[in-house]
Design a protein around this ligand. Structure first.
Ligand SMILES: [Zn+2]
Length: 441
């Protein structure tokens, strides 16, 4: 027993969507990296007094951009991993729009290996749908799948060709994998900087209507029906896209969707509050209040089963450019869990158990993962959250290299205090604890 490391988490409320459990005043033991079957007598343990806290299993953010290889001034796998740990996240799926694009098995393996070397978060690579995400030629999904790619996406760009999307869905089906859809009709969105509405008219800037997204969602829902392939709609943000989702559900198609926190917390009117600062520039753009309400209702109904940050960090100098030139994107890993609580759980749209499905069983199902929940023998991947704590977002406190977020200055409800991966704290009381097994850049 001497070599064993044991941690006892006392008085905690366990919210475990994997086992449909929400119970108060629990005592959870972690021994040698795993959840122990019961409190262990005669074993010295580090005790965490977790009264008033929530214990949730393995939070997965299935849509993040870590920018490595190629744009390491924006983010690296190391800094992104730290941001994840700080945000209470234990697993991330990383988008392949790196430089070069992750479109080969070698790059898929490399990303995975870099993630493991950091040891702070389970880095799940996604591969590109098309070679170089150029939308011309299907990438080698089969070999990337064998190398550990958890799904495929040309995210950042749509798959403009219906023929290519059809082929991708069929190919993914044969692999038991999924196509993640950045749904946007480029002929409608080209040059657009924001949502086609009140703010765009006032600013006189080129804008995109919701139809750009919704028409592509409809097309791809129909292709999912045609092929039987699994389709996941990324960052859904249009009212008519929700109609397409409902249609897919009624037809029994393998279609799922995710919503980004900023589309639930903010509307286009923040552009005015921010004095047209490009910190609000994101794709898909912030929408009007009516759309925000429709998205919340769709989550509450179970039509949308995933929340993902679409963490898109950029350097401050890039975001300091004029609205026309600044890149799209919000740095979201360190606010996503609090956003989930603030937007959905605290106002009562979802119970905590239902709410955390959006970052556990929901994305697991999309990516074909099988974490068992916090049962005896399971790897101790978990987060401890103070659900009452109100905190003001200050991007200077982020571990991410990207400090670009229009949530800056907002008060959010609920804050992750501890993150644990394989029984080891990756974040403790707000401080990231590096694994110390690799050189960190
Ligand atoms: Zn996207």
């Amino acid at each position: 027993m001497r070599d064993e490391t044991a941690i006892a988490i006392r008085g905690v409320r366990v919210i475990d969507p994997y086992r449909h459990i929400d119970s108060e005043q629990e005592e959870v033991w972690v021994v040698n990296g795993r959840i122990a079957p019961e409190p262990i007598k005669n074993l010295e343990a580090k005790v965490i007094d977790a009264r008033g806290l929530w214990l949730v299993p393995r939070l997965l953010d299935m849509h993040v951009h870590f920018r490595e290889p190629g744009q390491t001034w924006k983010e690296t796998i190391a800094t992104g991993s730290r941001a994840a740990a700080h945000g209470g996240i234990t697993a991330v799926a990383v988008m392949p729009n790196t430089v070069p694009v992750t479109d080969t098995p070698e790059l898929v393996e490399w990303v995975q290996m870099r993630g493991r070397a950091m040891g702070l978060v389970d880095v799940l690579p996604l591969g590109a749908v098309s070679v170089g995400s150029q939308g011309q030629e299907l990438a080698d999904l089969g070999r990337m799948h064998e190398s550990g790619a958890r799904g495929f996406s040309d995210d950042g760009k749509p798959v403009a060709s219906a023929r290519l999307m059809r082929a991708a869905l069929s190919y993914a089906k044969s692999l038991g994998s999924v196509i993640i859809d950045h749904a946007e009709d480029p002929s409608l969105s080209e040059g657009a900087l924001l949502h086609e509405g009140r703010m765009a008219h006032r600013m006189g800037l080129s804008a995109v209507p919701e139809v750009s997204e919704a028409s592509m969602v409809w097309r791809d829902v129909l292709l999912a029906g045609l092929t039987g392939g699994a389709l996941h709609i990324a960052h859904i943000s249009a009212q008519d896209s929700l109609e397409a989702l409902a249609y897919a559900k009624a037809k029994g198609y393998a279609v799922t969707a995710e919503v980004a926190p900023h589309h639930l917390l903010l509307t286009e009117s923040v552009l005015e509050q921010w004095g047209y600062d490009p910190v609000t520039k994101v794709n898909p753009p912030l929408r009007p209040e009516k759309t925000r309400q429709a998205l919340i209702a769709a989550v509450a109904k179970g039509l949308i089963g995933v929340m993902a940050s679409d963490h898109a960090p950029h350097h401050a100098d890039e975001k300091a450019q004029p609205y026309t030139d600044a890149p799209f994107g919000i740095s979201g890993l360190e606010t996503v869990v609090s956003s989930l609580i603030t937007a959905l759980i605290a106002p009562g749209h979802l119970t905590p158990l239902k709410g955390f499905e959006l970052m556990t069983t929901g994305p697991d199902q999309v990516l074909g993962l099988r974490y068992p929940g916090l049962c005896a023998g399971a790897p101790a991947d978990l987060a401890l959250i103070d659900p009452e704590r109100r905190w003001r977002v200050d991007p200077q406190d982020f571990y991410s290299l990207g400090h670009n977020t229009p949530l800056s200055g907002m008060t959010l409800i609920g804050q992750p205090l501890f993150t644990m991966v394989n029984g080891r704290f990756s974040m403790r009381e707000g401080e990231v604890v590096d694994a110390g097994i690799s050189q960190v850049s």
